[in-house]
Design a protein around this ligand. Structure first.
Ligand code: SF4
Length: 338
């Protein structure tokens, strides 16, 4: 742990200005559930912490109009138990309460959760951590150092979107649900406000796995917007993991259905636990349009969602598991009242 300065601005604009003044080594902090972990692991070494938790109003949850708007400081718990979210967007509520523990959900914010870093065991015990037992190469921690997972233990690694430099899974649940529902992210930075589709927030690892997000230096996430859709009511977040709670997904699927009787008018499908970023399953969505939803068509959609997946040495099971997770999620969503 190295010394750091601390500031607690009262507005988002003041936070951006404080970050700008602090210069190199500045980092925003909100709930701290991820950043403190990274600091203990010596992955993050901030020299200036800009604590945004005192900014008034940034935790607002607004459900009026055409858009759901979640202030970035709303906690995971607050959104997961919000009456309107529970009733009309179960996929959002479930993605949150199936993540982490209650204590963590009470602290962690929905904005910070978007920027959670991978749980790859080599990343968390990699080069640069002097207290680690052994020192594993990890391109995400130290660009160009190599990737211990590729010839190592890869049961938890990605089967979609991986590169020769990195196979780490994107760890989030909430970002997967937001991806299925075409959410947008509002940011404020030194150049002003901008809004980007969530699909543009996450980078594929390619040759630069240390660059994970498209957030620019000094930008703070101020809100998450979700367009309202009738499909929200027939939705679910289905998460398969090694134990029933407090575990990351081996495979997950966020699904929302717009049905015309027994036929699918439009399906929204995104995958977690199997890819290097929240993964939109476009081919599966196209396959279902106009189809009657049956266990057979649901499984065909699941297989389409995983088409192109490539296994490593121990994670081939994720391809079939992912397909069946999508199929099960579709059938669960279909049984919900529109
Ligand atoms: Fe690092 Fe990515 Fe390799 Fe894991 S998979 S060791 S995060 S480079």
């Amino acid at each position: 742990m190295q010394p750091f300065t601390y500031a607690s601005p009262r507005s988002a604009a003041d936070a951006v200005a404080a970050f700008d003044r602090a210069g190199d080594g500045a980092s925003y902090i909100a709930g701290g559930t991820s950043l403190y972990d990274m600091m203990k692991l010596d992955v993050a070494r901030p020299r200036h912490l800009i604590d945004v938790t005192a900014i008034a109003g940034l935790d607002a949850i607004e459900t009026e109009g055409d858009t759901l708007r979640f202030g970035s400081l709303a906690t995971m718990s607050d959104v997961a138990r919000h009456e309107r979210v529970l009733a009309d967007y179960p996929v959002l509520a479930e993605s949150l309460w199936k993540a982490a523990s209650q204590q963590l959900r009470n602290m962690a914010t929905v904005g910070g959760n978007l920027l959670q870093r991978t749980r790859c065991i080599y990343f968390r015990n990699g080069t640069g951590n002097p207290s680690a037992v052994g020192a594993y190469p990890c391109n995400k921690r130290q660009p160009g150092s190599g990737c211990a997972a590729i010839d190592g233990l890869d049961r938890g690694q990605a089967v979609l979107g991986q590169s020769e430099a990195c196979t780490a899974v994107s760890p989030g649940d909430w970002p997967v649900a937001l991806t299925a529902l075409d959410a947008s992210i509002e940011l404020l930075g030194p150049q002003g406000r901008r809004v980007l589709p969530i699909g543009e927030l996450y980078r594929l690892p390619g040759a630069t796995p240390h660059l994970e997000f498209t957030v620019r230096p000094g930008e703070i996430i101020t809100a998450i917007m979700v367009p309202k859709t009738a499909a929200g009511r027939q939705s679910t977040y289905h998460k398969i993991r090694d134990r029933e709670s407090y575990a990351f997904a081996l495979a997950s699927a966020a699904v929302a259905l717009d049905m015309n009787g027994a036929r699918v008018r439009r399906a929204h499908i995104a995958l977690g636990g199997v890819a290097t970023r929240p993964w939109r399953a476009d081919a599966a969505e196209r396959l279902l349009v106009g189809q009657q939803l049956t266990p057979e068509t649901a499984l065909a959609a699941g297989r389409a969602a995983l088409a192109g997946a490539t296994p490593g040495r121990q994670n081939g099971f994720k391809i079939e598991l992912g397909a069946r997770t999508v199929a099960d999620a579709l059938m669960i969503a279909a049984e919900r009242n529109a």
